[in-house]
Design a protein around this ligand. Structure first.
Ligand code: KIV
Ligand code: NA
Length: 270
C-alpha cells in the first residue's frame, strides 16, 4: 500500500471528493486509515482531547507527539498536522522552524495553518522550502478572542469578499488546498469554483471538493459540544459506556478475571 501524497490529493479536484477526518491517537487513526483520504491531527484536540475551552494553549510538542502516533498507526491516508497557535504567526522564518520541527518529529506530509491573505507570504515561504501547506480561512478557531466566540463568517458581502480574497491569496502562494470553515454556503461554492486547488469544507458547502469533520463529533463522543455543521454517524458513546459498565460489574461480582486471564496457573490434570 502506497501512502496518498499531497499532489495526488490535489489531483482529486474535479475528479472525486476528498473524505477527511481528524485523529489524535493511534487506535482511532488505525480505524480511519481504511476509509479516509486525508487525516488531520487538528488542534481541536485541545478542546476535544484535553477538555480545554479553546485551541490556543496546545503546544508544538503536544501536536508533534499526537502526529507521530497517527503516522505510525496508518499507511494509506495523507497525514496533515495543524500548526498550533503562536508557532507560525510571528514570521515566515518562525513558521518554517515550527513546521520543520513538527515534520521531522512526526513524519507528516504537510501542515495546516489558519490565516487570511496576511499569512499568504508565510504559505509561500513554507511551500518554496518543501513544506506542503493547507490553508484554513473563514472561521478560524485560533482567532476566537478577536471574533468574540465561534461564529459563522462571510455572511455579508464585504466579509465574503474578504474571505474570497484570502482563499485566492493562499492559492497564489502555493497552498495545496484550502479548508473553508463556518462560512456562508454560497461563498464556499464560489471559492470552490474559482480555485484550481481543492477546497475542504466544514460548515461550508456540499459543493466543496472535500469535507472534514472532527471524528469525536461523528461518533457521539463530544458530549454537548456538537456544532450545527457536524452530523453524528455512529454511537461510540454507548459502546464504550456499556463495555465499561459490564467490566465494572464483572469485577464487582468476581466473574472477571477467570483463571484463563492469569499466569502460572497449574493445569488441572484430574
Ligand atoms: O482542528 C481541527 O480539527 C480542524 C478541522 C476540523 C478543520 O482544524
Ligand atoms: Na484546527
Amino acid at each position: 500500500v502506497k501512502r496518498l501524497t499531497v499532489p495526488q490529493l490535489m489531483a482529486y479536484k474535479g475528479q472525486k471528493k476528498i473524505a477527511s477526518l481528524t485523529a489524535y491517537i493511534a487506535p482511532i487513526a488505525r480505524l480511519l486509515d481504511e476509509s479516509q483520504d486525508m487525516i488531520l491531527i487538528g488542534d481541536s484536540t485541545a478542546m476535544v482531547g484535553y477538555a480545554l475551552p479553546d485551541t490556543l494553549s496546545i503546544t508544538i510538542d503536544q501536536m508533534a507527539a499526537h502526529a507521530a502516533a497517527v503516522v505510525r498507526a496508518t499507511r494509506r491516508a495523507c497525514i496533515i498536522v495543524d500548526m498550533p497557535f503562536g508557532s507560525y504567526q510571528e514570521s515566515p522564518e518562525q513558521a518554517f522552524r515550527s513546521a520543520a520541527r513538527m515534520m521531522s518529529l512526526s513524519g507528516v506530509a504537510g501542515v495546516k495553518l489558519e490565516g487570511g491573505a496576511v499569512m499568504a507570504p508565510t504559505t509561500q515561504f513554507l511551500v518554496e522550502r518543501g513544506v506542503p501547506v493547507l490553508a484554513h480561512v473563514g472561521l478560524m478557531p485560533q482567532h476566537v478572542n478577536t471574533m468574540g466566540g465561534f461564529k459563522a463568517q462571510g455572511l455579508n458581502d464585504a466579509a465574503a469578499e474578504r474571505i474570497f480574497q484570502d482563499a485566492l491569496a493562499h492559492e497564489k502562494a502555493g497552498a495545496f488546498g484550502v479548508v473553508l470553515e463556518g462560512v456562508a454556503e454560497g461563498l464556499a461554492r464560489r471559492i470552490t469554483e474559482a480555485l484550481s486547488i481543492p477546497t475542504i469544507g466544514i460548515g461550508a458547502s456540499p459543493a466543496c471538493d472535500g469535507q472534514i469533520l472532527v471524528t469525536e463529533d461523528i461518533l457521539g463522543l463530544s458530549g454537548d459540544r456538537i456544532p450545527k455543521f457536524a452530523k453524528q454517524f455512529g454511537d461510540a458513546a454507548t459502546v464504550i459506556r456499556d463495555a465499561a459498565a459490564q467490566y465494572a460489574d464483572s469485577v464487582r461480582d468476581g466473574s472477571f478475571p477467570t483463571l484463563d486471564h492469569c499466569f502460572g496457573v497449574k493445569k488441572n490434570v484430574g
